[in-house]
Design a protein around this ligand. Structure first.
Ligand code: ADP
Ligand code: ZN
Length: 598
């Protein structure tokens, strides 16, 4: 392990491993297999990069994220690691030269797309090369239940069959128990040691608010907390991403749309601007995400409800990979539920599949309506029970006011029941409020005993009651019946008066009092920070890489605090390895000296 530690210091410029990195690395160096589950930003890459450097031969990394490979390789080369990639974006001559480099033993790391790996040509190539290890990144793509399923991943079991003596490491940030079990069987990792580091992303603040005017809510959130930050805004439809991006542009933000219907060049261009420029907002459908390895995404906002808790966690997980404070912000309403239910009903797939989907949506709704800690609920969903509330989610920061909604819930349920479970929320509210609309009269509903019994609440309060009854599984939205609300069996005890229910009191808050800290600490020398960032930006431009490939924000911050004045002092900054010291030390020292002498 002294070799591994040596590489960590010299190449990466870090002082110590974050457990369980050391154990994982040791397992691989000794020739064993590993399955690694670590949250985003936990430091998975080092777990295969260091053993690849420590073992003889080249480490082969299988990754579905083709768009990322160039940046990953650039980042490795910046560290002095001999890295290359093979995917469909390369011309034949380049492919040949990469292959030759591998055969000549001139590569430390080779990134390969899964569809390429399973080709005969690649199998031939690998069988002639000296290979240090196989790393299977985003291993959850092997799961047919997940939404990132890649059929090529199913064939990766051939690695074990063809190269039984070469250690393999499978890595993922998103895998519940079932997916984990699937990874083990499909990749034949029965012998692998498992390292499950938990899911928590403590630096992400989760907030879910009631949707009333989504655009204005988003605008207030951005202006108050993220005026110059990079972030992602997720929407359900392609059209909406374009509308919102346009509109944010008019409000003075740099906002770009992203969805699968845009021309490939536009998508590539927008993604690359997001990665390379600072403070760009991407307004996207779920098509944007996989492979967005940008460490300083400060917020992820949802204007529409994700279909599952898994999707929510994965999408929000793109915020704050650098470990600095970040926001996961969402607004939602009953309309979202109706829209999603309709999409599901119209989707392909058999009844069993649709039932599973419905189940998953219910769990997502439960998370929205919960009155206790969101993080506890999220982690519990993934099988990780926390005894303490987190202190960094909206329900912890501003405890939810609840009220005894038993009586109101009973009225709402009987309104649905007495009208034959054939009507949507608006009609039921009219009924409870005693509004004599045309539809009420036509249906003869003004003669029902429920007519007008709910005047103690207003329209908004009733829609809150209905939303929460759906969210907690007492009512379901029937999509064949155009959004009719129907009773679920477990509302019986509520109707019979054997159960009571506490509902959250919806408030339309202006701006939350407790804002996230900006990423920049209060006591930092802002002028020096800006000067260092400018230096980083210029270097990044000349090299054609994203700024964080030069140095991370954390490394720049440490420079601000330590104010190194010699190359030796500079080398002690975390994130400064030998190669970057040689390449950039002088440039940054000059900036620091100019600053001191100014
Ligand atoms: P993941 O792939 O798990 O999302 P990364 O491998 O990208 O995470 O690591 C996240 C960040 O943490 C990177 O900036 C990485 O350089 C840094 N990092 C990883 N391991 C260490 C360590 N032992 N000490 C300091 N920084 C580390
Ligand atoms: Zn909490």
């Amino acid at each position: 392990m002294t070799l591994a530690l040596d590489i960590l210091k010299k190449t990466f410029g870090y002082d110590a491993f974050r457990p369980p990195q050391d154990e994982i690395i040791q397992t691989l160096i000794e020739g064993g297999d590993a399955l690694v589950l670590m949250p985003t930003g936990g430091g998975k890459s080092l777990c295969y990069q260091i053993p690849a450097l420590a073992r003889p031969g080249c480490g082969v990394v299988i990754s579905p994220l083709i768009a990322l490979m160039q940046d990953q390789v650039s980042a490795m080369r910046e560290l002095g690691v001999r890295a290359s990639f093979l995917n469909s974006t390369l011309d034949f001559a380049t492919v040949q030269s990469v292959e030759q480099a591998l055969l000549n033993g001139e590569l430390d790391l080779l990134y390969i797309a899964p569809e390429r790996l399973v080709q005969e040509r690649t199998q031939q190539l690998l069988s002639q090369a000296r290979i240090a290890l196989f790393a299977i990144d985003e291993a959850h793509c092997v799961s047919q239940w997940g939404h990132d399923f890649r059929s090529d991943y199913l064939q990766l079991s051939l690695l074990h069959q063809q190269f039984p003596h070469i250690p393999r490491i499978a890595l993922t940030a998103t895998a519940d128990e079932r997916t984990r079990a699937e990874i083990v069987t499909r990749l034949q990792l029965e012998q692998a040691r498992q390292f499950i580091a938990g899911f928590d992303r403590p630096n992400i603040r989760y907030r879910i608010a009631l949707k009333h005017n989504a655009r204005q809510q988003l605008l207030r959130f951005l202006k108050a907390e993220h005026a110059n930050d990079a972030g992602i805004v997720y929407c359900l439809s392609r059209r909406k991403t374009e509308e919102i991006a346009n509109w944010l542009g008019q409000q003075g933000f740099t906002a770009l749309p992203y969805h699968a219907g845009l021309p490939a060049e536009t998508r590539a261009e927008n993604q690359s601007r997001f990665l390379r420029e600072e403070g760009v907002i991407v307004v996207a459908t779920i098509a944007f995400g996989m492979g967005i390895d940008k460490p300083d995404v400060r917020f992820v906002a949802h204007l529409d409800l994700p279909k599952t808790v898994e999707a929510y966690y994965q999408e929000t997980g793109r915020a704050g990979r650098d470990g600095e404070a970040a926001n996961a912000w969402m607004v939602y309403g009953l309309q979202d539920v109706i829209k999603l239910r309709q999409m599901m009903a119209n989707s392909q797939g058999n009844e069993a599949f649709k039932r599973v989907e419905q189940h998953r949506l219910n769990a997502m709704l439960g998370l929205c309506e919960i009155t206790s800690c969101r993080r506890q609920a999220l982690l519990a969903y993934f099988g990780d029970d926390r005894p303490e509330p987190c202190g960094n989610c909206d329900t912890c920061l501003e405890p939810v006011d609840t009220w005894d909604g038993t009586e109101a819930a009973r009225m709402a349920l009987s309104a649905a029941y007495r009208t034959g479970q054939r009507f949507g929320v608006n009609h039921l509210i009219d009924l409870l409020l005693g509004s004599e609309t045309d539809k009420i009269i036509q249906c003869d509903h003004h003669r029902l005993p429920t007519f007008g019994i709910g005047k103690a609440l207003d329209k908004n309060q009733w829609s809150s009651v209905f939303r929460q009854l759906v969210g907690r599984g007492y009512l379901r939205v029937d999509v064949e019946g155009y959004g009719a609300l129907q009773l679920e069996s477990h509302c019986r005890s509520l109707l019979r008066g054997e159960e009571s229910i506490q509902l959250r009191r919806d408030t339309l808050k202006k701006v939350t009092k407790q804002q996230t800290k900006t990423a920049l600490p209060d006591d930092i020398d802002v002028a020096l920070w800006e000067a260092l960032r400018e230096c980083r930006r210029e270097l990044a431009d000349t090299q054609g890489v994203p700024p964080y490939v030069i140095f991370s924000n954390r490394t720049l911050q440490e420079m601000c605090y330590e104010v190194p004045q010699s190359l030796t002092e500079f080398s002690h900054i975390s994130g400064v390895g030998q190669r970057k010291l040689d390449k950039y030390g002088a440039d940054f020292l000059r900036v620091i000296n100019d600053h001191i002498n100014a």
